[in-house]
Design a binder for this molecule. Structure first.
Ligand SMILES: Nc1ncnc2c1ncn2[C@@H]1O[C@H](COP(=O)(O)OP(=O)(O)O)[C@@H](O)[C@H]1O
Ligand SMILES: [Mg+2]
Length: 346
């Protein structure tokens, strides 16, 4: 068999290159491959002709989870290439490509594998992820601090007036109480966002829940002259979900829908089943969400409202994610805005 591999390129390449014959015996191996695969000072010459499996994998073809330990061996046995496969090898992470070696008569005569040690890259990526996480926490805390300072400033101002004796009356107590409530709601929402409790799954009737939530908004709807339509498929199955959490998502979406509608506006709540998934949507025909703010609406503390807190969508997104579901928005000129949630039935 004539192997058309340019010896020099193989020898000096920075990537590991190994080729084996049909029986898994090494026919070519470069220095990079040896230094990646072994801690011992082996030479290519002494490895040629020996079994790749025995030398580097102590004869173990499979991991304890039943996967091939080596892309090279997998290719050799299946005749199929393995591309961009990430494998653990000792304490390293290797990125491997392997493909069958084919001779002039298109017969498979072995396999070749090219790999890189990406351990350092993975460690760096992990560090970066950690750093990003801390940056996100910092950003979140800054958002929370900012939101807390407003009501606290009002409270402090009032208390100072009381101290001086300049302040009396029930009206001011009401304002104080409102501000204190704001603080505690914020802290609660924040905790919900950062430490959402795992969903307490129970079998719930989505129909009951939607009717219940719609009823809760009935007087607001009447007051604001907004039509709310409920559109639920008949024979809708019960689903496994956390009643309070899903209820909260619906309340958040409905509040947002009400916020952006003027009298005469329309809200449509729909739920349909698609195999093992239910699709819940809240539509309103208010002004569309501008393209430049769309990517940010699920960010904590992002709000375009004077008195908004920007936590409703962030919390909802988190809840849906924890239910192994998805949430997305569509907002098109002339077609209104629809928030859609997909949830697994169980
Ligand atoms: N139905 C909707 N129509 C238009 N914009 C919306 C809608 N729902 C949410 N948004 C936008 O997303 C932002 C974030 O919403 P949310 O997280 O609920 O916070 P908040 O309601 O306190 O502003 C809103 O300020 C608004 O700009
Ligand atoms: Mg909201």
């Amino acid at each position: 068999m004539e192997l058309e591999i340019n010896d020099k390129i193989v020898k000096t390449a920075l990537v590991g290159i190994v080729a084996v014959d049909q029986d898994g015996n090494i026919i070519s191996i470069n220095e990079s491959a040896i230094s990646i695969l072994s801690n011992e000072p082996l030479s290519a010459d002494e490895l040629i002709g020996r079994s790749y499996l025995d030398v580097f994998l102590k004869g173990n073809k499979f991991t304890h989870t039943g996967q091939y330990t080596s892309a090279l061996i997998e290719t050799l046995e299946t005749g199929e290439p393995c591309l961009q496969k990430e494998l653990s090898y000792r304490n390293k992470t290797l990125l491997v490509d392997s493909s069958p070696l084919i001779d002039d008569k298109r017969k498979v005569v072995g396999a070749i594998s090219i790999f890189r040690d990406i351990t350092d890259k993975r460690i760096l990526e992990e560090r970066l992820r950690q750093a990003e996480k801390f940056a996100a926490i910092g950003q979140l805390s800054a958002g929370l601090a900012h939101e807390l300072l407003n009501p606290l400033t009002v409270i402090k101002g009032f208390l100072q007036l009381y101290e001086k004796g300049d302040m009396q009356g029930t009206e001011s107590w009401r304002i104080l109480l409102d501000e204190v409530n704001k603080v505690s709601r914020l802290v609660n929402d924040f905790l919900l966002l950062t430490n959402p409790s795992a969903p307490k799954y129970q079998s719930i009737s989505l129909q009951d829940l939607l009717v219940d939530v719609a009823n809760e908004f009935a007087s607001v709807a009447e007051h604001k002259q907004i039509q709310v339509h409920l559109d639920i498929e008949t024979n809708f199955p019960d689903i496994m979900a956390d009643l309070h959490q899903i209820r909260q998502v619906m309340v958040n979406l409905l509040m947002n829908a009400f916020d952006c509608l003027s009298p005469g506006g329309e809200i449509r709540i729909r739920s349909i089943r698609d195999n093992e998934t239910i699709i819940l949507s809240v539509f309103n025909n208010g002004p569309v969400i501008p393209n430049d703010i769309r990517p940010r609406i699920f960010d904590p503390f992002f709000t375009t409202k004077d008195h908004g807190q920007g936590l409703g969508l962030a919390i909802s997104y988190r809840i849906v994610e924890n239910h192994r579901g998805h949430m997305f928005v569509e907002s098109l000129e002339g077609k209104g805005t629809t928030f859609t949630i997909q949830l697994p039935i169980r």
